[in-house]
Design a protein around this ligand. Structure first.
Ligand SMILES: Cc1ncc(COP(=O)(O)O)c(C=O)c1O
Length: 378
């Protein structure tokens, strides 16, 4: 039986042909490996593409979030509103500064931070809101920016999963005061290693990040503040510049695959399909369905040679890493419900209609046969 992988680089790598190897040869000969022309070139290209004045390349997405908060002087005594339903990096960035993450539940239709719940979480200590465009779908940035303006709060978008998603005519990563993204290899725009960036329209904050990422220094061996080493590699920057022009076509492929899944699974009563407000609002980093029989379905698909994953099996408030925050099961029921029922089906540029058909057929077979397997029977 043909296997359907959860993800594959093959078609994207094929489209790039010899270009990555040419880049490596040039990089080898250039003999300049840290903070050079390739980083600057990518920063300018990405800022233009994202619709922001500035982009500062950093080592990874977590550092991008963390340095953004540092540049805003976040620290002990401050509170930052974060989604209860997110990858743990969003919370880690907050706790790395000494500030407290204050979770807010999602809207179950989008899985994103529910703006209607934010006001109730704001206290005199609140300093920022960190919306995460989860699975590739834009948050309601109009509502979130209005709430932030009303209360005088910073906004840091976590755009790690949503390069190119559009809300109200603007790309995500261009709404907040400082916005972070990741170019982890499997992200919609991925490097061949760790990489990340911060986007902003604020020149002073951009300058602050440039200092923070490079030991707090703008002049070699003179340090203006206690910074970090979190620089985007020259090689990764050159590879990202090469891939950026392909991103739109890869996104369109993701969109048409998602539309096929939605059309072909629409009649299935046992699963909740992802909802989105408009075609451009979602870039389908992940195609996430929900079902009460998630574990059994995952096991069945695995046995059929179909890759699937869970994003994410345990919300941050229940992770051992955050035991000290004192949360218990039941504190954020929507995040817990998503964690207990979500399943990501294969979706990647280059995935064929036939492969998608195989996944759909297997999902149907599972439910047609009663949807029970060893996991359900215990
Ligand atoms: C929502 C979200 N935020 C932050 C990150 C952190 O990015 P990185 O792995 O590049 O540190 C990731 C990805 O891993 C992510 O999915």
């Amino acid at each position: 039986m043909t296997q359907v992988p959860f993800f594959s680089f093959a078609a994207m790598h094929n489209a790039l042909g010899e270009a990555p190897f040419d880049i490596f040869r040039r990089f080898w000969d250039k003999q300049w490996y840290i903070l050079g022309a390739s980083v600057t070139e990518f920063e300018e290209a990405y800022a233009r593409w994202n619709g922001t004045q500035h982009c500062v390349g950093v080592a990874n997405g977590l550092d991008a979030l963390h340095l953004a908060l540092r540049a805003m002087d976040m620290g002990p005594g401050d509170e930052v509103i974060v989604p209860s339903n997110t990858y743990i990096a969003t919370w880690l960035a907050v706790t790395q500064t000494g500030a407290i993450p204050v979770p807010v539940e999602p809207d179950l239709r989008s899985y994103n931070l529910d703006p209607a719940r934010i006001d109730a979480a704001i206290t005199p200590a609140t300093k920022a809101i960190m919306p995460v465009h989860l699975y590739g779908q834009s948050c309601d940035m109009t509502a979130i920016m209005d709430i932030a303006a009303k209360h005088g709060l910073f906004v840091v978008e976590d755009n790690a999963q949503a390069h190119g998603a559009v809300h109200a005519g603007k790309r995500t990563g261009s709404f907040g005061h400082l916005n972070a993204t990741s170019f982890y290899p499997t992200k919609n725009l991925g490097a061949l290693g760790d990489a990340g960036a911060i986007t902003t329209d604020d020149p002073q904050l951009a300058e602050q990040i440039r200092l923070l990422r490079n030991y707090g220094s703008s002049r070699k061996y003179y340090n203006e503040l206690p910074g970090y080493n979190s620089r985007l590699d020259e090689l990764q920057a050159a590879l990202l510049s090469m891939k950026l022009p392909f991103l739109q076509q890869w996104t369109e492929q993701r969109r048409s695959l998602a539309a096929m899944y939605i059309a072909q699974l629409a009649d299935m009563e046992n699963i909740v399909l992802p909802e989105h407000t408009s075609p451009e609002s979602h870039v389908w980093h992940l195609f996430v369905i929900r079902t009460k029989q998630r574990d059994a379905l995952a096991e069945y698909l695995g046995a059929q040679g179909i890759g699937c994953m869970i994003h994410y099996p345990l919300p941050p408030h229940l992770q051992k890493a955050y035991q000290t925050l004192g949360y218990r099961r039941g504190d954020f029921p929507l995040a817990e419900q998503i964690a207990d029922t979500c399943l990501s089906l294969p979706l990647f540029p280059g995935m064929s209609e036939q492969q998608l058909g195989q996944v759909v057929a297997a999902v149907r077979r599972f439910f047609d046969s009663g949807g029970v397997s060893k996991v359900d029977k215990g």
